[in-house]
Design a protein around this ligand. Structure first.
Ligand SMILES: O=C(CO)[C@@H](O)[C@H](O)[C@H](O)[C@H](O)COP(=O)(O)O
Ligand SMILES: [Zn+2]
Length: 188
């Protein structure tokens, strides 16, 4: 393990977030606060570590980030094993999120997808379903942004790295920044 190389890449990711992506973080926080105030909800999805990011985000929204306040409508789409195994078994793994977006999503909601490659098929299909339903899409992406980039109304793209763990760390940083700003906008 080359710690110096990892440190340099970690710094580059953090620098990209603070130099380039804060205006997008702000736009997304405003979008989410407006959605939540209007009675909409924020759905999130991803695979592997990025599914953990989706759950992490929903937990911050429903319970608390820094403030004790009313719960916000946040939902991770990767937490219901019965729904996911049923869709995977009867149809395909690619449809585990799109079918939930079709069933649970309403116009005015927001769909967040975490994908470091930007190419996970189930996140891509969920974004396609969201577009059909008038649901805004927010992509936490990496590298070139992949196939999900053009379907993202808002893209938080860690383009300086193509390494999944470093990109995920950048995603978590931005997810926390969004949570802090959403709470400020909702509670002020
Ligand atoms: O957490 C990690 C690596 O840090 C892995 O579990 C990783 O999330 C998985 O390989 C995912 O399937 C990768 O999907 P994606 O980021 O390309 O959409
Ligand atoms: Zn990981």
């Amino acid at each position: 393990m080359d710690v110096a190389k990892i440190q340099a890449e970690s710094r580059a990711v953090s620098d990209q977030v603070f130099r380039e992506l804060i205006p997008v973080v702000e736009d997304i926080a405003v979008l989410m606060a407006d959605c939540l105030k209007a009675g909409g909800k924020v759905m999130a999805c991803g695979n592997g570590g990025s599914s953990a990011d989706a759950q992490h985000f929903a937990g911050e929204l429903v319970n608390r980030f820094l403030m004790n306040r009313r719960p916000y409508a946040g939902l991770a789409l990767n937490t219901d094993a019965s729904v996911m195994t049923s869709i995977s078994n009867d149809f395909s793994y690619e449809e585990i999120y799109s079918k939930q977006v079709e069933g649970l999503g309403r116009s005015g909601d927001i769909l967040v997808g975490f994908s470091t490659s930007g190419n996970s098929g189930n996140v891509l299909k969920a974004f396609e379903a969201a577009k059909e339903l008038g649901i805004k899409t927010v992509g936490f992406l990496g590298g070139s942004g992949g196939k999900i980039f053009p379907l993202s109304d808002y893209a938080l793209l860690i383009s300086c790295s193509s390494h999944t763990p470093r990109i995920q760390e950048g995603h978590e940083l931005m997810m926390h920044l969004i949570c802090e700003r959403v709470e400020e906008l909702m509670e002020s």
